[in-house]
Design a protein around this ligand. Structure first.
Ligand code: ASN
Length: 311
């Protein structure tokens, strides 16, 4: 069985269109290059990715939590470097990482076109920053990437709707969008718009415990998602962070999570974490959007597709 699947996977690999996969990987290279240039110029330090650790992002939806036996300890594979970003603020005031993430997503996400089990996000964090500061960074960085890509690429490799988007992007409150468009507001709005837009003030139940509440008990967070237009969906998620021990503990409990699982973060918070804000932007999703492709696995060399045996 395994051999049969492996043969199939190899057939598929050799069947890839050379010109097409080259364009995607070139796009991926340019995105990283421009992001790095932009962030270097803005005083950011690139730090190393963490692949395994006793602690990782719990996420807000049911995702398997794969782990390895690390000399008898349970080390998780990174789902996002959120906690390492917060910890890094002890030494740095602006950091970024090209961070490989593993998320064994539920099967019902198989047909979204924008989920890969293995992907890379450009994850960044800024000490003492507000949500609006990092939103501005995101918009400027995206503009730089789009300009370069439009210069460099033959139109046939680009999304026909691609242009330099007007800044600042529109901001829509989560609850307003939901009451106007219903549960499926994100996709509906994404299909309707031809410019990227922000969803802000996401309520607590729709997010992880680490994004900061506007004020204790408000139930609304100082966070945001960036949504691509033309139906491409979520690009970025991020926000300001809870950094005080009591607040983090309270938020973990409110989520019904086990504080012991986050002992490492809680211990650090007792010693003192800094306030910070940051976000992550998926590189493969950015390639998919810029290239105007339906399926994210078509722009990745060794895609790990949900529920599929791949190399
Ligand atoms: N990178 C995201 C953030 O900074 C977290 C995530 O990927 N879930 O908020």
């Amino acid at each position: 069985m395994q051999n049969m699947l492996l043969n199939e996977a190899i057939e598929k690999y050799y069947g890839l269109n050379r010109e097409d996969i080259y364009a995607s990987m070139k796009m991926n290279t340019i995105i990283r290059e421009e992001m790095k240039l932009f962030l270097d110029m803005d005083g950011f330090i690139e730090v190393n990715p963490v692949i395994i650790s006793p602690i990782s992002d719990p996420l807000n939806h049911p995702v398997q939590d794969p782990w390895i036996d690390y000399y008898g300890f349970r080390y998780r594979l990174t789902k996002s470097m959120i906690f390492h970003k917060q910890l890094s603020m002890v030494f740095f005031d602006k950091i970024f990482i090209f961070s490989p993430n593993i998320r064994v997503e539920p099967l019902d996400r198989k047909s979204t076109g924008r989920h890969l089990v293995e992907f890379t996000q450009l994850d960044l964090e800024v000490r003492n920053a507000k949500r609006e500061d990092v939103m501005e960074i995101a918009e400027k960085m995206i503009e730089k990437v789009v300009r370069r890509v439009m210069e460099e690429f033959d139109i046939k490799f680009l999304n026909p709707g691609l242009k330099v988007f007007k800044r600042p992007y529109r901001k829509i409150k989560y609850l307003d969008a939901k009451s106007e468009y219903g549960e499926d507001f994100e996709l509906k709005l994404s299909k309707e718009m031809d410019e990227p837009f922000w969803i802000i003030d996401i309520p607590l139940e729709a997010r992880e415990f680490y994004d900061k509440e506007t004020e204790p008990g408000s139930g609304i967070l100082r966070d945001m998602d960036l949504i691509y237009p033309l139906g491409y969906g979520e690009a970025i998620s991020g926000g300001e962070r809870e950094y005080q021990y009591e607040r983090i503990l309270e938020r973990i409990k409110r989520k019904g999570q086990n504080p012991e699982e986050f002992a490492l973060l809680l211990e650090a918070a007792k010693k003192g974490l800094y306030p910070s804000a940051g976000f992550g932007i998926g590189i493969e999703r950015f390639v998919r959007f810029l290239r105007g492709k339906e399926d994210i696995s078509s722009i990745t060399l060794f895609p790990k597709k949900i529920g599929e045996f791949t190399i």
